[in-house]
Ligand binder design. Structure first.
Ligand SMILES: *Cc1c(COP(=O)(O)O)cnc(C)c1O
Length: 391
């Protein structure tokens, strides 16, 4: 079969769903109401941000939350609110978005890049144990691709060594671990509403937490150092304005009512790919132990035969089934090393950067025909060419 990149017929010519989906009626009504109210900022008395925070805290199984401008700032505020700062080391996984590490730098602390599990690609508890030093202050497990990190062993290490745990839930709105929602599994959890995420207002973020004193501290960091019941010009802490707007919250609040249907849709797509992909060619990256609901932000595929990465990505795009090459390991980024990040040995993240490709969220919103296109195009392209080094 001639590949589309060589002039053959593409597997798919229909467009994939766009992301974000068009605004629905409930969003339009609430955004319009907020715009008409003139209360566009969260300090003016409007309720969209506070309702969003309450809904996310409830869904995360905790009491408190703070809405912020984006998840990078949310991770920063959570770390700072938990007392992490200069002189501290914070362990982050090697296979994640760069912001997990740059948020640590923003807090003045040192990111320590530890390897991920070779199978599920989430932060590895043995790698964390090996990376501990007397200066380790916190862990930032990432609920990668929408599946929860295996939190029990990570929380056990944290408890043994008195470490704070900040969950990076930027990709995992609605996911659960051992039937408990992400966000409420550590000391604080951070969601993102950036354009690519499962719920978006263009930009945005939200920190959830269980303890009242953590809430007070994180809220203060995000509200120019004020206290919850203190004076407007009272600033007992150092803080910044990191707030979300009411308009953004109005886009997000109605989304919670359809989030679970969208997650189901993505899981149906993923299940069809997992069922039909020939295992000798490629397979779906398995979820960590304890996953009870995967929010399927991304579908990660591991290729089991030798292949030329640049060619495969170009050939898949030509077939009308574009895949994403995924993350370079954080330890390979010179900017992080120059900023003082320390990198542990990360063979599993390096293997993932070679062998793992992603189907992006927008495509996962398609119907099962889309899953068949992924399987057909990938097997067509893999079967067509010898891998690197084989001539
Ligand atoms: C998107 C993302 C972030 C950063 O979120 P922003 O809202 O863009 O700041 C952090 N961590 C992970 C894992 C992400 O995917």
């Amino acid at each position: 079969m001639t590949l589309a990149i060589d002039g053959g017929t593409p597997v798919r010519t229909d467009p994939w769903p766009s992301w974000p989906p068009p605004m629905d009626d409930a969003q339009r009504a609430l955004v319009t109401a907020v715009l008409d109210s003139g209360q566009w900022g969260a300090t003016q008395g409007g309720k969209a941000c506070s309702d969003l925070v309450a809904a996310f805290a409830r869904r995360s199984g905790v009491e408190h939350g703070v809405a912020v401008g984006n998840a990078t700032l949310g991770l920063f505020a959570a770390l700072r609110g938990l007392g992490v700062g200069p002189g501290d080391e914070v362990i982050v996984p090697a296979y994640t978005f760069v912001a997990t590490a740059t948020a640590v730098l923003l807090a003045g602390a040192t990111p320590v890049i530890a390897d991920v599990d070779a199978t599920d690609l989430h932060l590895s508890a043995p790698a964390v144990a090996a990376a501990l030093t007397p200066r380790t202050a916190a862990l930032v497990p990432v609920h990668l691709a929408g599946s929860p990190a295996d939190m029990d062993p990570l929380n056990a290490i944290a408890a043994r060594h008195g470490l704070a745990v900040v969950e990076d839930a930027a990709q995992a709105h609605g996911a659960t671990y051992r039937d408990r929602p992400v966000g409420g599994l550590g000391d604080a959890g951070v969601y993102s509403f950036q354009s690519s995420k499962a719920m978006t207002a263009g930009e945005g973020g939200l920190v959830v937490c269980r303890a009242g004193e953590v809430h007070e501290a994180v809220w203060s960091v995000c509200n120019v150092g004020r206290t919850l019941d203190g004076a407007w010009y009272g600033h007992p802490r150092v803080g910044w304005n990191l707030r979300l707007t009411e308009i953004q919250a109005a886009l997000l609040l109605p989304w919670l009512d359809r989030l679970d249907d969208e997650i189901d849709r993505r899981n149906a797509f993923a299940a069809a790919v997992a069922r039909d992909l020939p295992p000798e060619w490629a397979s779906v990256v398995p979820q960590p132990p304890g996953t009870t609901r995967d929010s399927r932000h991304l579908l990660m595929l591991r290729v089991h035969v030798p292949f030329d990465r640049a060619f495969l990505l170009a050939a898949m795009a030509a077939e009308g089934v574009p895949l994403d090459g995924g993350y370079p390991p954080l330890g390979t980024m010179p900017a992080l090393a120059e900023a003082g990040a320390r990198t542990e040995p990360c063979p599993a993240a390096e293997a993932a950067a070679r062998d793992v490709l992603w189907v992006r969220q927008a495509m996962l919103m398609d119907d099962p025909a889309g899953a068949a296109h992924v399987v057909e195009a990938l097997t067509k392209v893999l079967a067509s060419r010898p891998g690197p080094g084989s001539g």
